[in-house]
Design a protein around this ligand. Structure first.
Ligand SMILES: O=C(O)c1ccc[n+]([C@@H]2O[C@H](COP(=O)([O-])O)[C@@H](O)[C@H]2O)c1
Ligand SMILES: Cc1cc2nc[nH]c2cc1C
Length: 337
């Protein structure tokens, strides 16, 4: 059961106390994996994925039949600093495109057999420019976390969270830099495609923001000062899924930055999450390494929207189908080693 998200204290506490995977399902799945009609280890990472999934679903022979993709959209005051190649009105325009079924994620979710939901968060009120003041108030952060928290279908058996927000690779870079240190330039990339002058300006903006909130006490405070509503909503949804034991597939750079805020609040907060892909945003690989996540795919995507996560649903579904649908050596009468 998901508790009501009353305040930020509830959020931190629920995340710290969330249950881990089911030990007997993990053992049952590992045992079953050892009996399937294939040389030991021959399905490579698919075997680990299926066992991991079984543990979180508390079922040694699970199925994936109700995957959910949620796309959160938000607007960013920091776009006034000229950090994106596209104008901010594209966020609202793309939300309409999602709702009409015309975006890449509509096709990718459909191809993966997933339900898709879109949540637009106060698009007419961009967050504050973080080079001037914190992006969100405490109440604003709570509202956005709650939007994500409540968007998760408790009956889903797999979750992908994605985003749409012109300018949001800037807050994502700032969050990563604030959490993990290093220079702003290490974390700042081209996003939708800024040129060299744009990249230098964007790096300056990230550095300014990180310096301004250097005293932020933890990942939630960093999320409030440097993040955005869609980023916080992704964090809220990933946290709710952790509590509901719904496995999560992370998407690209912005989604991973949202997730990183949770890992800073509670060790193990992302144990139920895998990395769907490594995006072409320069620092995504480093961010995934910091989170200890090895991406399933590396296709040069830099779209967001949950696209890489949705693609990876097909891999996880295939892993679980093999695990649960294959026969054992004994059942098939195949000679064991
Ligand atoms: O997922 C990623 O790694 C990714 C990398 C680059 C860009 N994006 C998408 O592009 C938008 C942000 O780019 P920008 O240049 O406006 O900061 C936002 O809507 C993201 O979904 C997403
Ligand atoms: C057209 C467009 C589509 C997107 N989808 C996610 N981010 C995006 C950014 C742009 C510019």
């Amino acid at each position: 059961m998901l508790p009501e998200l009353i305040d930020l204290k509830t959020f931190r506490k629920a995340l710290c106390q969330a249950p881990g995977p089911d030990a007997s399902a993990l053992k049952g799945a590992a045992d079953r994996n050892g009996q399937l009609t294939k040389p030991p280890g021959a399905l490579g990472r698919l075997e680990d994925l299926a066992i991991w999934y079984a543990g979180w679903r508390a079922d040694a022979r699970p199925q994936i039949s109700r995957p959910q993709v949620i796309v959160f959209a938000g607007n960013h005051g920091v776009t006034a600093q000229g950090v994106s190649a596209f104008p901010p009105e594209v966020t609202t325009q793309m939300v309409m495109n999602f709702e009409h079924g015309g975006a890449a994620i509509n096709q990718l979710a459909m191809a993966a057999g997933a339900r898709m939901d879109v949540h637009a968060l106060d698009l007419d009120q961009p967050t504050a420019d973080f080079t001037k003041e914190p992006a969100l108030s405490e109440d604003g952060l709570l509202k956005a976390l709650r939007a994500g928290w409540n968007a998760v279908d408790p009956s889903a058996d797999l979750l992908v969270v994605g985003e749409m927000g012109i300018g949001n690779t800037t807050p994502a870079a700032a969050i990563a830099c604030a959490l993990f240190g290093g220079d702003a330039a290490d974390w700042t990339g081209r996003g939708t495609g800024v040129d060299n002058v744009g990249l230098a300006n964007k790096t300056r903006v990230v550095a300014e923001g990180v310096a301004l909130y250097a005293d932020a006490k933890d990942g939630l405070e960093i999320l409030r000062c440097l993040g955005g509503r869609e980023i916080a909503a992704m964090a809220g949804a990933i946290a709710a899924a952790r509590i509901l034991r719904i496995p999560v597939i992370l998407d690209g750079f912005i989604c991973s930055a949202a997730a990183a805020c949770l890992a800073d609040v509670a060790e193990g907060a992302l144990d139920h999450a895998i990395a769907g892909h490594q995006s072409a945003e320069g620092a995504h690989g480093t961010l995934l390494q910091k989170l200890g996540k090895k991406p399933l795919l590396d296709l040069g995507l830099r779209l967001g929207e949950g696209s890489g996560g949705a693609l990876a649903i097909n891999i996880l579904k295939s892993a679980v189908a093999c695990h649960s649908g294959m026969t054992t050596f004994a059942e098939a009468g195949v000679s064991d080693a």
